[in-house]
Ligand binder design. Structure first.
Ligand SMILES: C[S@@+](CC[C@H](N)C(=O)[O-])C[C@H]1O[C@@H](n2cnc3c(N)ncnc32)[C@H](O)[C@@H]1O
Length: 224
């Protein structure tokens, strides 16, 4: 299945998944309490459609998106690993009650946080969902560190249309990944943008494990 077909299937599957209680929580800028976000259905559908088992999220916030992805799992089969990271501990009670979701508090770019993530997650993982600080550098470094370390099959980048820096990052990612990058904003019902990267497909197109990672994930890989 190509990425467009995957995104469309995820959107369809996600509509059928009950996300009651997967609230976004208090919105930082407006202060409003936000309920389930439309793109949560896409995330849940993506997990369901592709049989995703191992997930890393950077940007827990209140916990809505990681709970949505958890709902997409077909069950708690052995091998399921869900890890979410945030520099602040503002998660709500609902996600706190889900003990199988490992929450890590710390700056994702710090060595200590990476060490903690390693304790709960084994490479390769299925999905890396990045939704934290929406700047070029932050995105580049997180993709470099966690993409290099955990070799996700897929990466979903939130907010690729939010600002100029994110748009620049996405333009460069599309140029590098070619057919293995897809703007899933429409399928995900996410006007601020959802970028989907088929990391495994890109890697194998370049001849396998050793040559698999883009240069920014090897030579220029930053040390946290
Ligand atoms: C937009 S919110 C995430 C929303 C959440 N994924 C959802 O949809 O329910 C972004 C989060 O990223 C966190 N964040 C920002 N910079 C970070 C960093 N360097 N390390 C870890 N978390 C960070 C913020 O604290 C904030 O809670």
């Amino acid at each position: 299945m190509n990425l467009q077909a995957i995104a469309e299937s995820a959107a369809i599957a996600g509509k059928e998944i009950d996300l009651t209680g997967c609230d976004y929580g208090p919105h930082r800028l407006s202060g409003l309490y936000l309920k389930v976000q439309p793109y949560y259905h896409f995330l849940a559908g993506f997990v369901r459609t592709l049989g995703v088992r191992k997930i890393l999220e950077i940007g827990t916030s209140y916990g809505g998106s990681i709970m949505a992805m958890d709902r997409g799992l077909r069950g708690k089969e052995p091998g399921t690993q869900l890890v979410t990271v945030d520099k602040v501990d503002i998660a709500g009670e609902a996600v706190g009650a889900l003990a199988h979701i490992k929450r890590i508090h710390g700056d994702s770019l710090s060595a200590d946080t990476l060490r903690k993530v390693r304790q709960h997650l084994d490479a390769p993982i299925d999905l890396f969902y990045l939704d934290s600080k929406h700047s070029y550098d932050h995105t580049q470094k997180n993709v470099a560190i966690y993409g290099g370390e955990f070799r996700p099959k897929y990466i979903i980048l939130d907010d690729i249309r939010l600002n100029d820096e994110m748009a620049r990052y996405w333009t460069e990612a599309q140029a590098r990944f070619g057919q293995f990058a897809f703007d899933a904003s429409a399928a995900a019902n996410r006007p601020d943008g959802f970028g989907l990267l088929d990391f495994a497909g890109y890697s194998s197109s370049r001849g396998g494990e050793k040559q698999s990672l883009p240069p920014e994930l090897t030579a220029a890989r930053p040390k946290p």
